[in-house]
Design a protein around this ligand. Structure first.
Ligand SMILES: Cc1cc2nc3c(=O)[nH]c(=O)nc-3n(C[C@H](O)[C@H](O)[C@H](O)COP(=O)(O)O)c2cc1C
Length: 198
């Protein structure tokens, strides 16, 4: 086993990977693929292993219809056509699970439960990271993803997470992308434009 990814792997995950904007026919996503994706992304690091992401996969027409009224106009058609829509959310009471997730220090819960704002910031930060891990894990198993924040979070939360303990962050359409529908690749900053080495 080598200790770094080869060019093919880097292309698959980053350099050739694109944000899907429409879907190829026959690109169904199986439960086994969703489970395989999760079983990779769960290893991405989070603070104190807190793992606050909660993911709701919408595959059925009925499930996606519940999402429809909350989507922005520009995201509507491609989302309704996507084989699966992952609703990436986060548990604001994630710290309740720390005795299981971080058993080597049973005080860890108290690092987060002293302030709802601190807990929410931590949940959002780490839940967002886990959403990014999901994108990369999907690509790693040969799927395409289109992430989206263009939707009404409050409406989605009311519809899918009415108890208020879980909050939506962003959506990921998942399937096999139709490359003819891609936007041209946008420019990316060079190292020197946004990085400094002190
Ligand atoms: C968190 C997040 C939210 C996004 N929201 C939307 C969105 O609402 N609608 C959309 O069409 N694309 C959305 N995008 C896609 C970005 O516009 C796209 O990733 C970016 O332009 C880079 O494109 P590329 O991945 O093909 O290089 C989102 C991407 C991310 C990561």
């Amino acid at each position: 086993m080598t200790n770094k990814l080869n060019d093919e792997g880097l292309d698959l995950l980053f350099r050739q990977a694109r944000t899907a904007n429409g879907w190829a026919a026959g690109g169904e996503v199986s439960d086994a693929q969703l489970r395989a994706m999760y079983d990779i992304l769960k290893y991405g690091p989070t603070s104190a292993n807190c793992s606050p992401a909660r993911i709701l996969f919408l595959r059925t027409a009925a499930g996606k219809e519940r999402l429809r009224p909350h989507l922005s106009e520009g995201n509507l058609a491609k989302t309704m056509a996507a084989p699966v829509v992952a609703l990436i959310a986060y548990d604001v009471e994630f710290y309740e699970h720390l005795p299981k997730l971080f058993p080597h220090d049973l005080t860890a819960k108290t690092w987060f439960n002293w302030s709802a704002a601190h807990a929410e910031t931590t949940a959002f930060r780490n839940g967002t990271l886990q959403g990014a891990y999901l994108i990369m894990a999907a690509r790693a198993i040969g799927l395409d993803v289109g992430a989206m924040s263009g939707f009404d979070n409050a409406g989605v939360d009311k519809e899918f997470f009415p108890d208020g303990k879980v909050k939506s962050n962003f959506l990921c359409n998942i399937g096999r992308g139709d490359h003819s529908l891609l936007f041209p690749r946008h420019p990316k900053f060079s190292f020197d434009e946004v990085c400094k080495i002190l």
